[in-house]
Design a protein around this ligand. Structure first.
Ligand SMILES: Cc1cc2nc3c(=O)[nH]c(=O)nc-3n(C[C@H](O)[C@H](O)[C@H](O)COP(=O)(O)OP(=O)(O)OC[C@H]3O[C@@H](n4cnc5c(N)ncnc54)[C@H](O)[C@@H]3O)c2cc1C
Length: 343
């Protein structure tokens, strides 16, 4: 029988490390345990599914049940000479899985090395880095319907992936417990993406002309370690904000005032502007407000300098959003999931 613990500190289960308690807490290691919680009626009340806690900010104590996902295991679904299709338990650590792929020379996820968190959270916001998004390798996602206990399979298309988005954050929010993710990886003729960020520079410096998956992964790990703060050293949840997309007309107006404004093409003929640049222009890079702050190397990352509350970090985020709106007339949305104490 599943064990529910009362009044459990959540700081050790999140990368921001802010102090917050869950009224009730449990770990699930099997789909049967999820069904047990359904039968007991836990999902008809307030609940939160927690993976690695690397994309959440608790604003205070959580008045409900926190379910920590520990569904492990994986199986090969299908294999040809070119590809391998693997179904992976949603509680598996994402980076460990990527490392396993590199060890077995399986391509497709190498640019996503060193992203913290679990497999099950990867489709939630369609994790992405260095020119690659996880939607490119996802075949399907399985979820347990939290009202019936039934297992439902979603095709890639049904997940409605876009930049840091999926249907699981909207229409199906809190309706399913993602139990496994099935990925298609290459076994040969890997398509290597080295054009993004400084990957190619690193390969050039090392005089690598025929890179392998491991070369790409090592370069990504090197770049990330040199510019992103390690949550073990200083609490953070990676990029706090999403990069906003604006119309071409709005971009042209801004470029008149700021000729150096960086940009990338985006979906639906919009133009994406790096939120980090906007925040930096507002003078926030490296600034500190009490125990909360903006990282000195990466303005997109808010940091907990020690003992900051979720409310303090959230209030800093709101100040930044207000300044960016005033200076550029652009709204920057939070990428991190903000968890209120009560619904
Ligand atoms: C240092 C650092 C760097 C990062 N870099 C990147 C990056 O490059 N690219 C990127 O995209 N993200 C990045 N992130 C954000 C984060 O790592 C990812 O979003 C990751 O997928 C979150 O996984 P998690 O298991 O920690 O999710 P959590 O934070 O535990 O949960 C996130 C959300 O998903 C929901 N959820 C989690 N698991 C399930 C499930 N099984 N079923 C249903 N709902 C679920 C939760 O309820 C919550 O709403 C970074 C974070 C950090 C701290």
């Amino acid at each position: 029988m599943i064990s529910i613990e009362p009044h459990v500190p959540l700081a050790p289960y999140t990368t921001f490390g802010v102090s917050a308690f869950a009224d009730s807490f449990c770990r699930v290691t099997s789909v049967d345990e999820i069904r047990e919680l359904i039968t007991q009626g836990w999902f008809t009340k307030r609940f939160l599914i927690l993976g690695g806690g690397s994309n959440v900010l608790f604003l205070g104590d959580f008045h409900g049940l926190v379910v920590r996902n520990e569904l492990l295991g994986q199986r090969v679904v299908h294999e040809t000479e070119e590809n391998i299709v693997i179904e992976v338990g949603s509680g598996v650590n994402w980076h460990s899985f990527v490392m396993q792929c590199i060890d077995h020379d399986r391509g497709g996820v190498e640019n996503l090395s060193l992203i913290p968190g679990t497999m099950g959270a990867a489709p939630m916001q369609n994790i992405g880095a260095y020119g690659v998004e996880v939607k490119e390798v996802i075949e399907e996602v399985k979820g347990i319907d939290l009202s019936t206990g039934r297992e439902v399979t979603f095709t890639n298309e049904e997940c409605q992936f876009s930049y840091r988005e999926s249907v699981f954050k909207h229409a199906w929010k809190e309706k399913f417990f993602i139990s496994s993710v099935t990925l298609r990886l290459t076994k040969k003729n890997h398509v290597l993406r080295s054009h993004y960020g400084a990957i190619q520079n690193i390969l050039d410096q090392q005089k690598i002309t025929s890179p392998t998956l491991r070369h790409i992964s090592d370069a990504v790990i090197h770049i990330r370690s040199s510019k992103l703060p390690d949550p073990k050293q200083i609490g953070n949840a990676g990029s706090f904000f999403k990069n906003p997309s604006i119309t071409v007309a709005q971009f042209e107006q801004l470029r008149e005032r700021y000729p150096e404004i960086p940009s990338y093409p985006s979906e639906n003929q919009l133009i994406k502007v790096p939120a980090g640049w906007l925040i930096e222009q507002c003078g926030w890079k490296g600034k500190r407000v009490g125990r909360a702050g903006v990282h000195h190397q990466q303005a997109l990352v808010l940091v907990n300098h020690g003992q900051a509350t979720g409310a303090e970090l959230f209030s800093l985020a709101k100040e930044i959003q207000r300044d960016v709106r005033e200076k550029f007339s652009i709204d920057i949305a939070a990428e991190v999931n903000i968890i209120e104490s009560a619904s």
